[in-house]
Write a protein that binds this ligand. Structure first.
Ligand SMILES: *[C@@H]1O[C@H](CO)[C@@H](O)[C@H](O)[C@H]1NC(C)=O
Length: 278
């Protein structure tokens, strides 16, 4: 079972101002147990796994801040480092809060060697504040797939060559945090956080990892096609049923795709032509 430790932060990544800001608590999330992360004007909060992983299936149930949550971002992500280091790899789910009754957006992003800028934004087909929903990442050497309730919402492919877009070398920790991003998150920063509504609370349960736990020294977690299901042929691409779901998501719920943003990227990044259907 994964062990977590807690931190206090003002941003997405942990901040260590001194000893007292790092909570002493370090424990495992038991089955059925619920953890709460809360944000007020002074501090956000987060937790991370003690272990690192390379490739696998990483899944957690989240129930997001309800009511007026404009400006509040709940992040659930994997990262090779504890901080925002310049060489980090990262896989992100970010849930962008909104005014009461307005829809949350889910933003995903992929970093390799410190470079991100690969955002996609989706609407959801359910209210993520009403109940727990499962958010998962499948990661192998061929693809990274972001799921909401087992529906693939984003597929990020490797091209089988040495490249600077697909994170596959370094192991990652898993993190979650809640923080204030009202300078950009909701309607591009137009909607400010209403601190009268604080504290903002997100809830977590049922962390589930079926992946390779990294142990120094290298080489641990080498992907072989014989050992683990997440490295095997079936996990290299979507199944036929998943393709149907994914096509529906693509048609109906994509709000933003960096690969379609030719104003921002006059030359589209090299990974953009890779087909999610293969
Ligand atoms: C918040 O609601 C507005 C109005 O419905 C919408 O345009 C926006 O995309 C929503 N989400 C965010 C994160 O701004």
């Amino acid at each position: 079972m994964a062990c977590w430790s807690c931190f206090i932060t003002k941003k997405k990544q942990p901040l260590f101002w001194g000893k007292e800001t790092r909570l002493e608590k370090s424990q495992a999330l038991q089955d059925g147990e619920i953890w709460y992360l809360s944000l007020d004007k002074e501090t956000g909060c987060g937790f991370q796994t003690k272990q690192k992983y390379r490739f696998g299936w990483f899944s957690m149930k989240l129930k997001l801040v309800g009511g007026d949550s404009a400006g509040v971002v709940t992040a659930y992500y994997m990262c090779t480092e504890n901080g925002a280091g310049p060489e980090r790899d990262e896989l992100d789910f970010e849930f962008l809060g909104n005014r009461s009754g307005q829809p949350y957006l889910i933003q995903t992003n992929v970093y390799k060697n410190g470079t991100g800028g690969r955002e996609m934004r989706h609407m959801l087909w359910f209210d993520p504040t009403e109940d727990f929903h499962t958010y998962s990442i499948l990661w192998n050497n061929h693809q990274i797939v972001f799921f909401a309730d087992k529906v693939p919402i984003r597929v990020f492919k490797n091209n089988g060559e040495a490249n600077n877009f697909f994170p596959n070398e370094k192991p990652m920790y898993l993190f979650s945090s809640i923080w204030n991003a009202d300078e950009w998150a909701t309607r591009g920063g137009l909607e400010k956080t209403d601190w009268k509504k604080a504290p903002f609370v997100s809830s977590y349960r049922d962390f589930n990892v079926d992946g390779c736990q990294w142990e120094d020294p290298y080489p641990a977690c080498v992907s072989t096609t014989t050992k683990n299901w997440w490295d095997q042929y079936d996990a290299w691409h979507l199944s036929d049923a998943q393709k149907m779901d994914y096509a529906w998501i693509q048609r109906n719920l994509v709000i933003y795709d960096y690969c379609k943003d030719s104003e921002r990227y006059p030359t589209l990044p090299v990974e953009c032509p890779l087909s999610p259907w293969e």
